[in-house]
Ligand binder design. Structure first.
Ligand code: EPU
Length: 344
């Protein structure tokens, strides 16, 4: 365990905006959480659990303790031939887990390659990319309940996964400290190539019969061509969610704008591409001081260097208001905003 007062968190988040914690506590082993619980350190109502810091925007400094689960370890816990259960500690980098399972010849995570962030944060927003979401491969997770000091194992139904949502963003927000995640992977199953750009990329590489390693390479290549590397240009991936609207809202828009990318949802609603709406609202590449809309993927807001969290929030508000005026669609943030909120 490592604890420190007045700690600079800037390098622990991918937006790279200046931020300080009143108290920072890195936890390296599960037993340390029990010790923190016994000594009352987990009672702080404004405690914030920090994962890889890749889905966070700090507009102000967090008022309470920042707890950083940093346990390490990847274990192949069960091998049933075609199905393998892998347990991974919360502090591992998500993409290291993907790389290790793909190298072991397992499929399930390859479409989720190169997503920044930690393993413990992955279930919180049910990370997803290229047609796959965490929920599709989720087995269970282990978490410490900081209200009563109990250890819990939660299954898929307990987590209530939905598009970029889970129970950890709602009732159990900041209550459960996730310490490890178990995933159900497979050996020898066909890869998921449903997301058109993966197939196009594989065709361009001349690969006909891809395994998980080839799909991972294709996904990495697509991501690197569109999404900014947080080490180079601060960002938190997609800033907004793709809006899900009623068919009665979507139909007139799709008639007026035949190019608008859309996906029919099982519940009859329609998901619209927020990046397209932002681009067509004229904001791709737009800059407000040191904050900007990325010039290759308009759903991503970037820190061109020296931006404050408040500046990025002002830009996000302009984006939201412009898309609302142009298309009548309300964008909601995907990023967790600390110390501020988007204006309607
Ligand atoms: N589009 C534009 N202009 C843009 C951006 C997108 O016209 O500036 C269009 C694209 O041409 C495409 C459609 O919008 O027809 C969808 O774009 P893309 O495939 O890039 O995906 P996205 O919907 O913008 C989502 C996820 C990403 C994930 C990709 C690939 C959300 C909020 N974002 O983006 O996840 O990598 O799909 O699966 O669902 C993240 O969550 O941080 C993230 C990067």
């Amino acid at each position: 365990m490592y604890r420190c007062l007045a700690s600079d968190l800037t390098a622990l988040t991918t937006f790279g905006v200046p931020v300080k914690a009143r108290e920072y506590c890195r936890v390296d082993a599960e037993a340390e959480l029990e010790e923190l619980f016994r000594t009352g350190c987990l009672d702080d109502p404004s405690l914030l659990v920090l994962g890889g810091g890749s889905n966070l925007l700090f507009v102000t400094d967090p008022p309470g303790m920042v707890l950083h689960p940093a346990m390490r370890g990847i274990t192949f816990t069960e091998d049933r031939g075609t199905e393998v259960i892998v347990q991974c500690a919360a502090g591992e980098a998500w993409d290291d887990l993907v790389a290790e399972t793909v190298a072991a010849g397992l499929s399930g995570l390859e479409n989720l390659s190169l997503i920044p962030g930690s393993v413990g944060a992955a279930p919180v927003q049910n990370i997803g990319a290229y047609g796959v979401e965490l929920k599709d491969v989720f087995h269970s997770l282990r978490a410490f309940d900081r209200e009563d000091g109990r250890w819990l194992v939660l299954g898929p139904a307990d987590c209530r996964f939905a598009y970029r949502r889970s129970v950890f963003k709602e009732e159990l927000r900041e209550r459960m400290i996730i310490t490890s995640v178990s995933l159900k992977l497979s050996r020898g199953s066909a890869p998921d190539l449903g997301y058109g750009s993966i197939r196009t990329e594989l065709d361009a590489l001349g690969i006909n019969n891809p395994g998980p390693a080839e799909v991972r390479a294709a996904v990495i290549s697509i991501r690197q061509s569109k999404l900014p590397d947080p080490q180079v240009l601060g960002n938190a991936g997609s800033f907004f969610k793709n809006p899900e609207v009623d068919a009665s809202t979507a139909s007139p828009l799709m008639e007026a704008w035949p190019g608008l990318p859309s996906w029919n949802m099982p519940d009859g609603r329609v998901k619209l591409a927020a990046g397209w709406l932002i681009e067509k609202a004229g904001l791709k590449g737009f800059r407000l001081g040191n904050a900007g809309v990325h010039d290759r993927q308009a759903l991503v807001l970037v820190n061109h260097g020296g931006a404050s969290g408040a500046e990025i929030l002002r830009l996000a508000t302009i984006v939201k208001q412009t898309v609302k005026e142009r298309f009548g669609i309300l964008l909601e943030p995907e990023v967790n905003i600390i110390g501020g909120a988007l204006q309607a």
